[in-house]
Design a protein around this ligand. Structure first.
Ligand code: HEM
Length: 477
């Protein structure tokens, strides 16, 4: 009897071991080889799969090499090889229809705007990739949710970004900007001009908390979490930013809560306090990094293109005169809007996005096997000479003089905020914030590149200036 029990246990252990071993072998060897055959049969090209590591070594060495390259000419906008160097490497080896191995997972490069449109419009099929534990620490909330949970969160948060809510945030945005401007005014006060790395100040400006932006994640998370909890507990929400150090966050949060209250009544949906904290942390990260990137490259490009800087300043003075920027005036800023579009085309803050194929899926003439990933390199498409002309790397805001649809001929070759139903939720917020900041800076300072500026755009979550943004600011009297 005892012998039978132990032989059953042994068989069970053996069966479990064999199942696990089979799954492991399938994951690291059999499945990747199957995927590779399937992709090659459809004309995609890439390195042969290498056990477990795939192309990690190539990714790492290309990124390392790009970061240690000598700086570029400051007028050179051909930044793709520097920002996503692995892309250039694989294109050189295999052409644009390439796949690269992220461990045992092949990632396909997709640059055809028609296919991208298909990807963006089928959000249930082309999903965000599952986050690893480290990624989950960084990003949570609506940006990573899928299906029902995503739809619920998005519909509850959306009202916080409606135009009438953004209008309420303008005074708070003005006042954070005033702090930075006052600091710069002190710096230029003695000589009339000064040399300054504007990057750290712009990072602080776009942080929701006007207190020092803390870039260490844990502390940042605790700060935002504690603040949100405090506001929720006390329900001390104001609509005009009187709360002091929680103005923008407070307003965003209040709108989210109001919307949550209403929607919950209607749909019987529940967002927990933790859900809301997650969303606010996400806004902080997703919003701060990208908006700062847009602002800093705008200052760098306007330093290189003084004609456009003068034009933008003239427009700002014409619209706002002596007063601080206001919401309604922002819509009249035509040259500024053209400039921002062109900056986002050349220096797209988000350089790329990724989707996961979780079941065999048709895309154009291809059938992509489950387990494949797709990479859409936004910045590559926005630099493409076929779409934007031979001078696609030049700064030409005039291309946007009749709007985005005209500039792109409706081809979908400009999408710095993504697209489809998962388009950036903060698009209007970001543009209002950047326009206010830029208008306030233009009104008070002329700016140009300092001789110590080193042009080295690189990708670190967003496209950032690797060695800061050293400019010379000159006070306008
Ligand atoms: C210039 C500034 C910004 C740029 C260029 C930008 C770009 C993007 C892009 C490309 C996506 C789509 C990613 C994908 O499809 O995988 C996205 C999504 C998102 N962005 Fe932004 N963003 C900016 C500012 C902001 C701000 C200010 C906020 C919030 C305050 C924000 C919150 C989000 C969220 C929550 C999503 C996920 C939306 C969803 O999946 O439904 N972004 N952004």
């Amino acid at each position: 009897m005892e012998a039978t029990v132990s032989s059953i246990l042994l068989s069970l252990a053996l069966a479990t071991f064999l199942t696990c071993a089979w799954k492991a072998v399938n994951w690291v060897w059999l499945r990747p080889r199957q995927l590779e055959r399937c992709l090659r049969d459809q004309g995609f090209k890439g390195n042969p799969y290498r056990f477990l590591y795939g192309d990690y070594k190539e990714f790492a060495s290309e990124i390392k090499e790009a970061r240690s390259k000598p700086p570029m000419e400051s007028s050179d906008n051909d930044i793709v090889p520097r920002v996503i160097p692995f892309h250039q490497y694989f294109v050189n080896l295999h052409g644009t229809n390439y796949f690269a191995w992220l461990g045992p997972k092949p990632r396909l490069n997709i640059t055809d705007p028609k296919l991208i449109k298909e990807i963006l419009s089928n959000i249930d099929v082309f999903r965000k990739p599952a986050m690893n534990p480290l990624g989950k620490l960084l990003l949570t909330g609506v940006v990573v949710h899928e299906g029902e949970k995503w739809a619920t969160c998005r519909s509850l948060i959306n009202p916080a970004f409606h135009l009438e809510k953004l209008k309420l945030m303008v005074p708070a945005m003005n006042s954070s900007c005033c702090e930075m401007i006052s600091k710069w005014e002190v710096l230029v006060s003695t000589k009339g001009s000064c040399e300054l790395d504007v990057w750290p100040d712009l990072c602080n400006l776009t942080a929701f908390l006007p207190t020092k932006a803390n870039r260490r994640m844990k502390k940042l998370y605790n700060e935002v979490g504690a603040l949100v909890r405090k506001i929720i507990n006390k329900r001390q929400l104001t609509t005009n930013g009187e709360e002091g150090d929680n103005d923008l966050l407070g307003i965003l949060l209040k709108s989210s809560l109001e919307a949550t209250d209403q929607e919950q009544g209607r749909k019987n949906i529940k967002l927990t306090v933790e859900d809301i904290i997650e969303e606010c942390r996400l806004f902080y990260l997703a919003g701060q990094e990208t908006t700062t990137a847009l602002l800093v490259w705008t200052m760098v490009l306007l330093s290189n293109h003084q004609k456009w800087q003068a034009l933008a300043r003239e427009e700002v003075l014409e619209v706002f005169g002596e007063s601080e920027p206001n919401f309604d005036g922002l819509h009249q800023l035509k040259a500024v809007t053209m400039i921002l579009n062109e900056v986002m085309r050349l220096y797209s803050p988000d350089a790329l996005f990724v989707r996961n194929i979780h079941k065999n899926t048709k895309l154009g003439r291809f059938v992509l096997p489950a387990g494949t990933e797709i990479m859409v390199p936004i910045i590559v498409i926005q630099h493409d000479a076929e779409a934007w002309g031979e001078d696609s790397k030049y700064f030409k805001p005039e291309m946007f003089s009749e709007g985005i649809a005209k500039a792109t001929d409706g081809q979908g070759t400009f999408f710095p905020f993504g697209g489809g139903r998962r388009i950036c939720i903060g698009v209007n917020y970001a543009l209002v914030e950047v326009k206010i900041a830029l208008a306030m800076i233009l009104k008070r300072f002329y700016f140009e590149l300092s001789p110590s500026y080193v042009h080295a755009p690189s990708l670190l979550l967003t496209v950032q200036p690797q060695h800061g943004a050293h400019l010379i600011l000159q006070k306008i009297f």
